[in-house]
Design a protein around this ligand. Structure first.
Ligand code: MN
Length: 747
């Protein structure tokens, strides 16, 4: 019988612990009863026993038995975070599924689905954690935040880390450094975001201690040395206030705790100041005991300001407007009679607990409701805090606003437990394309968390997704409505275009058959003109409509024939050659003298100026193009083509900044021109194109981008030319290349 079966056959209710562990359990239950209003002792006892039984034989680096670790984590959960019995059971069992033979099924059967869900969440998080790296770290943060479904997972994870940090000493130095830096980068900021100030401070100090023991000891010793003088100072400053509070019947406590060690260290580093100038930056805290209310806080505030002069700019009212993480307090900085500034924080006991323990304490204070409702309220409250930071409140909120950004993404798992980030609203289809485009194309169905699910079902954070694929491509145009990611959309669109191209090819064949039967010889350029006459946006679209039958092929043929017979093409051709470049406002001047005179000039409003100018990337103007100038904010002139769509926009919105510019005579500059070439995808095509370009005078090819699909290729060439005539010449030679159907200038 293997260990799993053995463990799962234990009857936990009658299982007897050894004497020592039984004593530990009794003590543990005592703590539970002390801190919790309601506690399911039997469930906690069962969790304790399973924790002991499953980790039996394991030891920690310190040599102590491993089961002590989950017990200590559970104690943090109870004493420091004030959480419930379900969290305690989950904390006791947090390492079982991952490290022992215990299965999640067994936990669900024995402890119910809530405990099982918490442990599942914890196991998933630590799986994510094993594939580290900086990007993974960021994702981990986001994952924790989106797993808000049950925030107890996050709080247990924090407690786990806190205990590991408290007991980091026996680990080898290298491991200590790795864990400490991870704690500092990941856990501490996140604890802060959840309002767990006490935990954040301790995590920071423990990390700092592990990374820089000397620095830590230095500051700790100095703090101890100053303790007495600090207490004397507080005593002196607070003496008159204390008296007034006592006389007015207040119940209160005054604390003057210095900042924690790591924050002093950070301040020393940031401000480049010695310890002595930093250490006394501490706040005096006045905590009002129950049943004092927030109104009483304001009374205390008025006592203080009666006695000392407040600095108005430093006043903060976090009581009327709490921070997003629930923090409430009045802050004021006053000048004492010795001229020293001191910050005073005033708050009730309840506010103080929230400040120190964060959200968990807030939950504890939600009175009246039954336990189950309490948890629901807690989770609901946290959601509210995370989702609706108040826009009118202090700047500290900015950081919390980022939480909203995270809710645009979901985090799902592959069957192997790898994490993938997808936009909210994504489906298993998105997931499939995210894995690989081939997986997407062949997707038939999906399993979400082990259950069959349709490909269009919306995924949630934490879902584990498996895609079932077929042997053949199953992609369909309808899928476009079921996907969210760019990757999936792009592939589906490409598929649709490919289908369209096939239909267009069919249309072309149909046309060519008709043309050869009618002995009609016509070039593609001529045919494109006819198509344009018939209001087709392109020749390709005309072929598509012929292929799909949307436009009757015979009708098309008759129209072309009529057009050709009338000789309209010849007519147009000749009228074109009669007016060569007649409207061109510029001339190429090859004269060396002229070039020198206007070498660096831009002709603006008819004059040569030395204004700085550049060419717009959106339309890449070339000498010979009709151009205008647009004055940018720093006074430079951007030159656009008149036909550029940005120009159209600028003319409407910023007419005042438009200036009339002209091309200066030949400057010798090279200009960027883009050319689109469409043709048959045949062997040697790219070579032939490159040859044509290199043979044209002084043309440099900056880049060529080719895509081919079902026998057709489409290329975009970026060329360096000296003017528009130059570019046109190149285009003409490209049109002559065997198999090229279209070549034209392209923005
Ligand atoms: Mn652990």
């Amino acid at each position: 019988m293997n260990k799993q079966d053995t463990l799962e056959q234990i009857d936990l209710d009658s299982y007897e612990l050894p004497e020592q562990q039984q004593t530990e359990l009794d003590q543990f239950l005592k703590i539970c009863r002390e801190y919790m209003d309601h506690c399911d002792d039997e469930m906690v006892a069962r969790a304790f026993k399973l924790c002991y039984a499953s980790h039996q034989g394991e030891t920690r680096a310190s040599g102590e038995p491993f089961y002590q670790h989950p017990i200590e984590v559970a104690k943090i959960i109870i004493r420091e975070l004030g959480m419930d019995d379900v969290s305690v059971a989950a904390a006791l069992l947090h390492d079982t599924v991952e490290d022992t033979e215990v299965t999640l099924d067994f936990i669900e059967r024995t402890f119910g689905s809530t405990v099982a869900n918490l442990i599942d969440g914890l196991t998933k998080i630590s799986g994510v954690f094993k594939n580290k790296g900086t990007k993974q770290a960021e994702t981990f943060m986001k994952l924790l935040l989106t797993m808000a479904e049950d925030l107890r997972v996050v709080l247990i994870k924090f407690s786990d880390r806190l205990h590991n940090m408290r007991t980091i000493q026996p680990l080898p130095r290298k491991k200590q450094l790795a864990i400490a830096s991870e704690t500092l980068e990941l856990y501490a900021p996140l604890a802060h975001r959840f309002g767990l100030f006490q935990m954040k401070s301790e995590l920071e100090d423990l990390s700092f201690k592990a990374m820089d023991p000397t620095g830590f000891k230095f500051i700790a010793r100095k703090l101890r040395d100053k303790k007495e003088s600090r207490e004397v100072f507080i005593e002196e400053v607070m003496e008159p206030i204390k008296k007034q509070l006592v006389d007015s019947g207040f119940k209160f406590e005054i604390k003057g705790r210095p900042k924690h060690i790591y924050s002093i260290y950070k301040k020393m580093m940031r401000q480049q100041k010695p310890f002595e100038e930093i250490y006394d930056l501490f706040a005096i805290r006045i905590i009002l005991d129950e049943p004092h209310t927030k109104e009483d806080c304001w009374r205390v505030y008025s006592f203080i300001t009666d006695w000392y002069t407040p600095i108005p700019e430093r006043f903060r009212d976090f009581i009327s407007v709490p921070k997003a993480n629930g923090y409430q307090s009045l802050h004021t900085t006053v000048i004492t009679h010795t001229g020293k500034k001191v910050e005073v924080q005033i708050r009730t006991r309840k506010m103080d607990e929230v400040a120190e323990k964060g959200l968990a304490a807030h939950w504890k204070y939600k009175e009246g409701a039954a336990r189950g409702q309490n948890i629901e309220k807690f989770v609901h409250w946290i959601r509210e805090v995370l989702e609706n930071p108040r826009p009118d409140a202090a700047t500290e909120f900015v950081e919390d606003f980022q939480l909203n950004l995270y809710t645009d993404e979901i985090y799902v798992f592959t069957p192997k437990g790898e994490l993938r980030t997808l936009p909210k609203g994504s489906t298993p289809l998105d997931f499939a394309f995210e894995i690989h485009s081939e997986v997407g194309e062949r997707a038939l169905a999906a399993k979400v968390n082990g259950q069959m699910a349709p490909l269009r079902q919306e995924l949630k954070s934490g879902d584990q997704v498996e895609v079932i694929t077929g042997k053949k491509v199953n992609l369909s145009a309808d899928w476009l409505h079921d996907v969210k990611t760019h990757k999936a959309r792009a592939r589906i669109r490409q598929f649709i275009r490919q289908q369209e191209r096939e239909i267009a090819d069919k249309g072309r064949e149909l046309w060519e058959k008709k043309a050869s039967r009618g002995n009609l010889e016509i070039s593609d350029q001529e045919l494109a003109k006819v198509a344009a006459r018939l209001k087709f946006p392109s020749l390709q679209k005309a072929f598509y409509d012929l292929g799909s039958g949307a436009y009757d092929a015979t009708k098309f043929y008759k129209y072309v024939k009529k057009y050709k017979d009338k000789g309209r093409f010849a007519e147009e051709e000749s009228s074109k050659t009669e007016t060569p470049e007649a409207d061109s406002s510029y001339e190429i001047v090859y004269d060396e003298a002229t070039r020198a005179a206007t070498d660096k000039g831009l002709i603006m409003n008819g004059e040569i100026t030395d204004v700085k100018y550049s060419y717009a990337k959106c339309c890449n103007p070339i000498p010979g193009d009709d151009v205008i100038g647009f004055i940018s904010r720093d006074g430079d002139v951007k030159i656009h083509r008149v036909t550029c769509k940005n120009t159209r926009h600028l003319i409407q919105t910023d007419r005042d900044r438009i200036v009339d510019v002209k091309w200066a005579p030949f400057t010798g500059d090279q200009f960027t021109g883009a050319v689109k070439v469409v043709g048959e995808d045949r062997v040697g095509m790219i070579n032939d194109i490159a040859n044509v370009i290199s043979k044209s005078m002084n043309t440099n090819m900056k880049s060529i981008n080719i895509s081919s699909d079902s026998g057709m290729f489409e290329g975009t060439l970026i060329l360096m030319v000296k003017d528009i005539k130059h570019l046109e010449k190149v285009i003409k030679s490209l049109q002559k290349v065997d198999g090229v159907k279209l070549a034209y200038r392209y923005e």
